[in-house]
Design a protein around this ligand. Sequence first.
Ligand SMILES: *Cc1c(COP(=O)(O)O)cnc(C)c1O
Length: 492
Amino acid sequence: MSENVGDWSPEELEKNGHLLLSQLREHFTTLRTQPVTTTRSAQEIRAVIDEPLPTAPQPFPEILQQTWDDVRPNLTLWNHPRFHAYFSNSSSGPAILAEMFTAAMNVNVMLWDAAPAAAAVELTVLDWLAQMVGYPVAQDSVLVDGASLGTLYALAAAREQLSDLDIRQQGLAGRDLPRLRIYTSDQTHSSVDKAAITLGVGLDNVVRLPAGPTGRLDPEALRAALERDVRSGHRPLAVVANVGTTSIGAIDPVEEIAEVCAAYDTWLHVDAAYGGFWRLAPEVRPLLPDLSRADSVVANPHKVLLSPMEAGALFCRHRDALTNTFRVVPEYLRTRHEDGSVDFMNYSLQLGRQFRALKLWWLIKSFGVAGLTSRLSAAAALADGLRARARAHPDWTVENDSPFPLVCLRHRPHDRDLDDAETDELNRRVHRAVNDGRTSFVSHTVLPTGYALRISIGNIHTTEADIDALWSELTAAAERCAAPRLTERSTL
Ligand SMILES: *Cc1c(COP(=O)(O)O)cnc(C)c1O
């Protein structure tokens, strides 16, 4: 280091690695006592972090200390037992270490020859993941950074399937083409809109059918929309069905939707970003639809399967559907083709690709399906416990019906005569009050019934005590928010 050439010595790497590991040990030992969120403003955090471009080398222990002091406390700690916002996810020991190994090897999983065993691990992991989500018919699969890009790639493959339009070759603009249409429910994730923007389909051609209070896409409404469009000369590109909507964890009737798709010869993409891997939990599995007729499926190991960001899986039932969409091989990437080899650069837009599969390989092997199942089941049981408490309380209601550990709660004091707008405002205040405590972190959604607190359970560290604490915080916040207003309800 003194001469400013070369990397750290292997001894230095080990020494600094030990420092890092003991810091992580401290982090995980004290995790439950750490605030989930920061109180600092954006300006304050930027001021703490920003500094001039470093010219001289800095000692690693100092950098580590600064990260500990200034970065860590100003994060939102997703890997915290009391993080219940958005989708509560986890990063687990084996996967954390795998990230280090991956970086050390630094292979680029683009061509077989560029990363042979890494591509083999990816193939095996994809096969395991497909079994876990109940989609063993997958023929073309790839690990992606997350479900949004998985959905984009699936819809690109669906577009390629309309081979008479020859869009891959000729593009969309300046041609006399029918409108391409994507059908889905109004509960569907914004990634479908982003895909429509990117693929030249356009937001106006995402047909969002009202899901109503159940949050489910109605197959008959879908059939009617397809029929109307086909008669108008539009061209169905795909239907996107959900297994676990973002707002309330609703599940579309995928099997009936598949019937409709078959009748209109339309690609069925299933967004199981959240719901897919809950199939491992035996209490959830019987409530999940059969996915085998879907043309493509996305599911996120980084959401449910104890994997750090970024790990999404895209599965496709048709052999070569992805490669026919994305294969472009310039001379400098031409290699001999060997039986059994796979060039993952042909499966998506990515050329250079991280060895993402290793963290999944390590964690699936470390926990086994048995260990993953018991951890997911435990989360489902914690959610059942929270629902039971809310149902038993006269002032709380459970607003969603989902087999997943995603619980939408609404507070409505039984002894007060609040209208819907006042109840919305009360719930907004309860939400803020809970999050201001910084010991638990929850998010919200707006349902046909109004504003609701949305509580996702699924972090690997979460225990019954954490849910007890959350429930106490919710009820205490509700009392605090409601009490002073009893005499001045008009200002609520
Ligand atoms: C989280 C989520 C996504 C987006 O996943 P990313 O991995 O963040 O791109 C898409 N669909 C649903 C239903 C989700 O819950």
